[in-house]
Design a protein around this ligand. Structure first.
Ligand code: ME8
Length: 519
């Protein structure tokens, strides 16, 4: 039976429409999900919206609607974004669902039973925008000398009765976790940062609020709602049917990967494992904090007026193009930048001119000169060398790098396979062989046909629609489009035996133009 792979994204605050950072995370997670399926894993991919907390309550108040109305309306934009970007999630969770209340309250009861929760008074700094508490020592000064959180957001002095979680008891077990399982928190730079933070000692964490009620009620303490992060993190369990620990939970927990952005690493690598240890539940295998996507090097913000609607980008450049650009351009884990020019340059050079053009040329030549027919042929050394090189790129290098979430490195290896095909076609010049040696022309084109099939399967997690089009045209059956198919020596003979000719060549990777005003 296929080994399970449970993958989650952060759940987004639906207090506004999705921005490019949300799209980036959803796309990266989808590439991982599709790649793991391609590798034969049984994947469960969960995403969703984080609908409680002060941030949502305040936004709803500003708009004059109830928080539930706001959540209902805005979460749909996140679902639509996933659908528009071809994100193949299995579960979309909303934290206002009744099942999520039940699951979070059960986690709470377990932490309480462990003796890790107590009632006290909270006095300290709270940032609504980050939904986080900060120590005085962590604050920074703003331009006018005002106190700001380390993320640069306003903080307010808060005093209220609160439940506390004994986080201070977990510093040692957490440090042991980071030391013994360096893979738990990646990339390494983020692990080092978190280790320094935990080595400084942990204070107990305020985990309930009484000043507002938009949240999950604390069991047996009705005046309190839970701190939104206790609620939010528990979504990863709810989606599996927790507190029922059989069925889905037994199959999929612990998660293989929580994919999140760098600003919420502390919640996922300090608070979350501590809650799970307290509740006696297994810890996720990996938390990965990706970098931030910047617009021409700048953070998008309403005040700078540079907020981009990711769906407008996808519509303008194509979903596959946007997906390819983001995975190719940004060294995963680090921050990256995008601009219309960069998208067009990358897409035209690599997808349209190098790969798309190769596919188009080869398929047209087979279609025109050989009636689209595939036949057996005799290989010479140059043919075998090309196929070995392409096979290495597609079945060894790209999978190795994608498994380690080094997408841009994996795609570079893939591009080397594409370049090798282009060098081969120039050297072999099949167009010149039509009259002199048609048999050799056939061998060259059929070798390229084999290489293109490998290249298309390997890149399919990144550009699923275009890859599907090409594989349809090549006549590759839908159950032979995974990585194990690459190692199957008999596929070509089977494909020939079908007697099916190639379809009419269709362009799968259009050349893009940059609108004049942006030249
Ligand atoms: O943090 N580039 O929600 P969120 C890349 N509800 N990623 C970005 C980004 C950018 N410019 N801006 C944000 C929350 N992100 C919580 C999560 S999980 C139990 C609760 C990422 O809507 C961000 O790092 O503010 C996070 O992973 C995700 O988008 C949702 O951010």
């Amino acid at each position: 039976m296929a080994e399970p792979f449970y993958l989650t994204t952060a759940i987004s605050y639906p207090n506004g429409k999705p921005h490019i950072g949300h799209a980036y995370e959803a796309i990266a997670a989808d590439v991982i999900a599709r790649f793991q399926r391609l590798s034969g894993r049984d994947v469960r991919f969960q995403t969703g919206t984080d609908e409680h907390g002060l941030k949502m309550a305040q936004k709803a108040r500003d708009l004059g609607v109830s928080p539930q109305q706001l959540a209902d309306e805005m979460s749909q934009y996140f679902i639509d974004m996933c659908d528009a970007l071809n994100v193949s999630y299995d579960v979309f969770i909303r934290t206002t669902e009744p099942r999520h209340h039940a699951s979070t309250q059960e986690l709470w009861r377990r932490m309480e039973a462990k003796g890790d929760l107590y009632l006290d008074r909270y006095e300290g700094w709270y940032s609504v925008r980050d939904e986080a508490y900060y120590d005085e020592s962590e604050l920074v000064a703003g331009e006018g000398g005002e106190k700001l959180s380390p993320q640069g957001t306003p903080v307010e002095w808060t005093v209220e009765e609160s439940w506390f979680f004994r986080l201070s008891n977990y510093a040692e077990p957490l440090l042991a976790l980071y030391r013994d399982h360096p893979e738990f928190l990646q990339p390494d730079s983020r692990r080092n940062e978190i280790m320094r933070f935990v080595e400084g000692g942990l204070r107990d964490l305020s985990v309930s609020r009484t000043s507002f009620d938009w949240g999950i009620k604390v069991p047996g303490s009705d005046a309190h709602v839970m701190y939104v992060w206790v609620d939010a993190l528990t979504n990863y369990l709810t989606g599996l049917g927790f507190p029922d620990e059989g069925g889905h939970f037994a199959k999929w927990w612990p998660a293989d990967l929580h994919l999140i952005g760098k600003d919420i690493v502390r919640f996922h690598s300090v608070y979350w494992p501590a809650f799970l240890m307290s509740a006696g539940l297994a810890l996720p295998k990996q938390v990965y904090g990706h970098g931030f996507l910047l617009n021409r090097g700048q953070k998008e913000s309403k005040s700078l007026g540079n907020v981009t609607d990711p769906l407008a980008l996808a519509e303008r450049f194509g979903v596959d193009t946007l997906r390819y650009f983001l995975m190719r351009e940004v060294a995963f884990g680090q921050d990256g930048s995008y601009s219309p020019e960069a998208i067009v340059t990358r897409a035209n050079a690599e997808l349209a001119n190098s790969f798309g053009n190769l596919v188009q040329r080869v398929c047209s030549m087979i279609f025109k000169n050989m009636d689209g027919k595939l036949v057996g042929f005799t290989q010479v050394d140059a043919d075998a060398a090309l196929l070995t090189q392409v096979r290495d790129a597609c079945a060894v290098e790209l999978p190795r790098e994608f498994a380690a979430l080094n997408f841009s490195v994996g795609i570079e290896a893939w591009m080397r396979g594409v370049f090798a095909c282009n060098a081969y076609i120039d050297e072999q010049a099949p167009w010149g062989l039509k009259k002199t040696d048609p048999e050799r022309m056939g061998a060259v084109l059929l070798t390229l046909f084999m290489a293109i099939r490998d290249l298309t399967i390997a890149i399919s997690p990144v550009v699923p629609t275009a890859a599907g089009k090409v594989l349809d045209q090549l006549g590759i059956p839908s159950d032979e489009r995974d990585l194990s198919a690459l190692a199957d020596a008999g596929w070509y003979a089977r494909r020939v035996a079908t007697g099916e000719p190639l379809g009419t060549p269709v362009p799968a990777f259009p050349r893009l133009e940059l609108p004049a005003e942006e030249d």
